[in-house]
Each structure stands twice: as structure tokens, then as C-alpha cells.
Design a protein around this ligand. Structure first.
Ligand code: PLP
Length: 360
């Protein structure tokens, strides 16, 4: 068996150590005589798994006690509607920043619940940058401000935290959570689908400031109420137990590696290597403004798009897979989340140089 370097944007690679531990514990978790998948979510074994995952995430991200951590289902896409349902709190306006494909989806969904003010957009430069704070036109009356710190498709990342005063800031961190330390206290809500940088698909992590809960719109389903989920320890119904367990193994793996500052150092180095390779060549190009480039998702094009399929085929042959860019962008995209080893990036950079030499 040989494992490939999988550059998929999501579901993405998981750390090999996590998969090996899961394999080890598959038939008999910790002497329980059963797989985690077979356990009652209310039994003491699974409760210990859930509690440890939750407290490890709290420790890793230094999440203050004034925040709840929820382990939900429905993906980040469900949060596009759960955020307005829970956070409007009697208001009818929300501010959104539009930096690309995922912001647009969040905006479209919010419009079903309230008046959306697009406070800033980088549409004019084809979403190749993150609008600077001075260009944001915030509405003081908004219930919250929503933005996408990392646009997974466009490869645009905010390397700073917006200032929104007393208006809660909401972040779709699906593709950047756990990639570096973050000051959680600056946010009202942080949410992320797990399949990029947390664990397997099927789990959604929501970090919500406690004082913002408990005012969901009356007509919304109980399942979508942050307060109900918090009061029930994310077990109002049966949670995605196995995904929660794997996420917990991932949190432990990050702790063993030295936590989020250590991850940040590695991630920055990985991204720098790839962007340096792209910028140092006339054959490869990345359209994003240098100070807005994502550490996690690196789109790039070849000088001659007719070579795209050859590039993908040859890369795959040497174990570099899922490099095809999103259909809306074309070209290539290398997603290099926490679980992508630095050796994977080195192998990609070496292949790119070799491919250019032969085809450039
Ligand atoms: C992948 C992604 C989503 C969608 O996540 P689902 O879990 O599939 O709903 C939303 N926002 C961002 C930034 C993403 O990267």
C-alpha cells in the first residue's frame, strides 16, 4: 500500500497518525469491546471521547468560557441559514463581505431571512483580494457582520481580523480553522465544516458566544437553535459520533505537534515554498494579491491551459493527486491543510519545476 499526497480541497487528507490510531481502535475502543461507531452517544465511553475532544479544541484555540463549542451536522452550508436564524435577534439587517464563491452562497441564504447590506466586495478585481477595512461600509444597525476569512475556491485569505465594534463578527472558517492561532474573543460566531482542516465530512463545528444564544426566530426548527444544542451538549439528537471521535484524534495530533503556533509556522513555510515556486516562474501564475494569498488553498494556472490534463496525469502517476482547479476557476489548486506533510509540498514544487523544464 502506498499513500498519495492528496491535494483535495475537501474532503481532504487526514493525518496518517490519526488514521492509524482509528484503525488500531476500530474493533475495540479502549477495552470497551466495541467500535466507537457502535457506542451509545450517552454512554460513559462516548461521553469521555466527546468531552476530551471539546476540551482539547477549547485548549488549542484558547476559547474563552464565555463561548459554547457545538458539534453539529449539516455542514457549513447549514450555518448559512442558522446564522441569520439565531443572530438576527429581532433585527432585520445584516452586513456581509463578499470575497467570492462561499461568501456569495452565505449572502444568498441570508437574503431569505433579512436585508443584506454587502459592506464590501472584491468583485471588481475578480475576487483576487480581500477588501481593506477602510473600504468597508458597515451598517451600525446590523445584527451581525459576516465574512469568509479564507475563500477556498479563489484562494484569498484575510491575514487580519476585521473590527466591527459592538456588532458581532461571524466567520466561516471552514478552510482556515486550526491553521494558526486566532483571537476567538473578537468573534460572535465561528463555524467550520470539518472535512477540510478538522476531520471527516459529516461534522460541523460552531463556536458561539453564549450571550448571543436563545433568541432564535420563532418559526425555525428546534434542531437549528444554538441554545437547544448547547443545553443538550450537542446531543439534542444523535450526533455524528464517529466523526466527532476522529476530530478529537485530530485535535490530539495537533497538540502533540506543538499546538496552533507550531501549525502556523509549518503552514506558512509550506505556502511560501509553493508561492515562491509559482512567482519564480513564467510558466505558472497565481492571480491573488500577494498579501491576500491563502496559506491553505493555492490556485495556479499553467501558461498553456492545453497542458493542464498532461500536468494532472503526470502528477497523479507520482502520487500527487486531486490538483485540478475548481470548475469555476480552471487551472490547478493545491490545498495544503494541516495534514498535508511538508514533504508533499516539496514533491509538488519539484514536479512543477521538472514539468516546466520539459514543457515550458
Ligand atoms: C467547503 C466550504 C463550505 C461548504 O461546506 P459544507 O460542509 O460542504 O457545507 C462553506 N464555506 C467554505 C469557506 C468552504 O470551504
Amino acid at each position: 500500500m502506498s499513500r498519495v499526497y492528496n491535494f483535495s480541497a475537501g474532503p481532504a487528507m487526514l493525518p496518517q497518525a490519526v488514521l492509524e490510531q482509528a484503525k488500531e481502535e476500530m474493533l475495540d475502543w479502549n477495552g470497551s469491546g466495541m467500535s466507537v461507531m457502535e457506542m451509545s452517544h450517552r454512554g460513559k465511553e462516548f461521553m469521555s471521547i466527546a468531552d476530551k475532544a471539546t476540551s482539547d479544541l477549547r485548549e488549542l484555540m484558547a476559547i474563552p468560557d464565555t463561548y459554547e463549542i457545538l458539534f453539529l451536522q449539516g455542514g457549513a452550508s447549514s450555518q448559512f441559514s442558522m446564522v441569520p436564524m439565531n443572530l438576527l435577534r429581532g433585527k432585520n439587517k445584516a452586513d456581509y463581505v463578499n470575497t467570492g464563491a462561499w461568501s456569495k452562497k452565505a449572502i444568498a441564504e441570508a437574503k431569505r431571512f433579512c436585508d443584506v447590506n454587502v459592506a464590501a466586495t472584491s468583485e471588481a478585481d475578480k475576487f483576487s483580494s480581500a477588501p481593506e477595512q477602510k473600504d468597508w461600509n458597515l451598517n451600525g444597525d446590523a445584527a451581525y457582520v459576516h465574512y469568509t476569512p479564507n475563500e477556498t475556491i479563489g484562494g484569498v485569505e484575510f491575514h487580519w481580523i476585521p473590527e466591527t465594534g459592538d456588532v458581532p463578527l461571524v466567520a466561516d472558517m471552514s478552510s482556515t480553522i486550526l491553521s494558526r492561532p486566532v483571537d476567538v474573543s473578537k468573534y460572535g460566531v465561528i463555524y467550520a465544516g470539518a472535512q477540510k482542516n478538522i476531520g471527516p465530512a459529516g461534522l460541523t463545528v460552531v463556536i458561539v458566544r453564549k450571550d448571543l444564544m436563545g433568541q432564535m426566530i420563532d418559526s425555525a426548527p428546534t434542531m437549528f437553535d444554538y441554545k437547544t444544542q448547547a443545553d443538550n451538549g450537542s446531543m439534542y439528537n444523535t450526533p455524528p459520533t464517529y466523526a466527532w471521535y476522529l476530530a478529537g484524534l485530530g485535535f490530539q495530533w495537533i497538540k502533540d505537534k506543538g499546538g496552533l503556533s507550531a501549525m502556523a509556522e509549518i503552514n506558512k513555510r509550506k505556502a511560501d515554498k509553493l508561492y515562491t515556486a509559482i512567482d519564480g516562474s513564467d510558466f505558472y501564475a497565481n492571480p491573488v494579491k500577494p498579501d491576500c494569498r491563502s496559506w491553505m488553498n493555492v490556485p495556479f494556472t499553467l501558461a498553456n491551459a492545453e497542458l493542464d490534463s498532461v500536468f494532472l496525469e503526470e502528477a497523479k502517476k507520482i502520487g500527487l493527486t486531486t490538483l485540478k482547479g475548481h470548475r469555476s476557476v480552471g487551472g490547478m489548486r493545491a490545498s495544503i491543510y494541516n495534514a498535508m506533510p511538508e514533504e508533499g509540498v516539496d514533491a509538488l514544487v519539484a514536479f512543477m519545476a521538472d514539468f516546466e523544464k520539459r514543457n515550458g
